[in-house]
Design a protein around this ligand. Sequence first.
Ligand code: PMP
Ligand code: GLN
Length: 378
Amino acid sequence: INSKLPEVSTTIFTVMSKMANQYGAINLSQGFPNFEASPKLIDLVTQGMQKGYNQYAPMPGLLPLREVISEKTNSLYSSNYHPETEVTITSGATQAIFTIIAAFINPGDEVVIFKPAYDSYEPSIELFGGTIVPIQLKTPDFTVDWQEVEEKITSKTKMVIINTPHNPSGSVLSGQDMLQLEKLLKNTDIILLSDEVYEHIIFDGREHQSAARYPGLAERAFITASFGKTFHTTGWKMGYCMAPASLMTEFRKVHQFNVFCSNHPMQYALAKYLKTPENYLLLPNFYQEKRDLFLSMIKDSRFTFTPAAGTYFQLLKYTEITDEGDVAFAERLTKEHKIASIPVSVFNLNQKDDKVLRFCFAKTDDTLKKAAEILCGI
Ligand code: PMP
Ligand code: GLN
């Protein structure tokens, strides 16, 4: 078979979760909570089904859900997205990202991405003939060198993809970063894809710098969000995207033939649940406590770290432990020590091995304690 993606194999999330199950390891690899979503939210889905929301939803999504998303975005980021024309409900952020790329990327178009990058961006770009222009985030804090971005932007640049808070590093873009980007994109036709799925998982009093806050970015941006991250429901595969109407029209042309619409009773439930801002505004504290608990328990281990500024991922460096590559070390930890993580080099194709593993701390305190005990013994 003449593969369209010859370099792509099964995603690392599937590989590591499978290995964790096979070896009975604590699974801190693939990012998902091991605790339940709110019973209230689950009841609302049942209610939606009982009320008859069991057939196709409207193609762009249930209007009351789009309305409450628009209100939320307005109150958090002082921006206006019209619910009718500028908000679309998607089957997770992954589907939104794929659809945005499908709708806009033609063969030869250049797409700037920052490495390490979430693993769905590159194959999606390649499928539509786009050329990936990678820019390495600068260690130790995974910051952007805007001078380099300026140099890499050409007349062929069609899209720039940013992700804040950032998976896998846990870093966040600052207001200054967003202003720099705004300046670079001014007077161009470049589309910005701003992946903000962890917008509500941000720590130590930082404010999420949504592209929606910056008019020069918002006018050209798709913002993607995920209810999986915000409401502990990654298995629901529910999310949304927002963009100015002219961009959203093109998005919907593809979306209608990609999934047509997303899960209807869940949209009913999410519309009701989002009416209570505490349901997402308490998330920073909730996850900050988990991060702090996890880090306090491994502070005397041989792993070293800078605390994550956002997301539910923590990078741990293991230079003091072994010279092994991260893929080999992650496999050995899973098989021998019964703890699974994600080797960061897989987000970073063609880069040297950084001796860093990613651990997901969206876990019960009990799981985090067991994980920390193992890590302290390594
Ligand atoms: N972008 C990033 C940066 C992510 O970490 C994830 C979740 N793994 C997604 C997008 C996809 O989100 P969803 O599960 O809603 O498709
Ligand atoms: N986003 C999740 C992570 O980074 C996993 C998503 C997936 O399994 N595709 O772990």
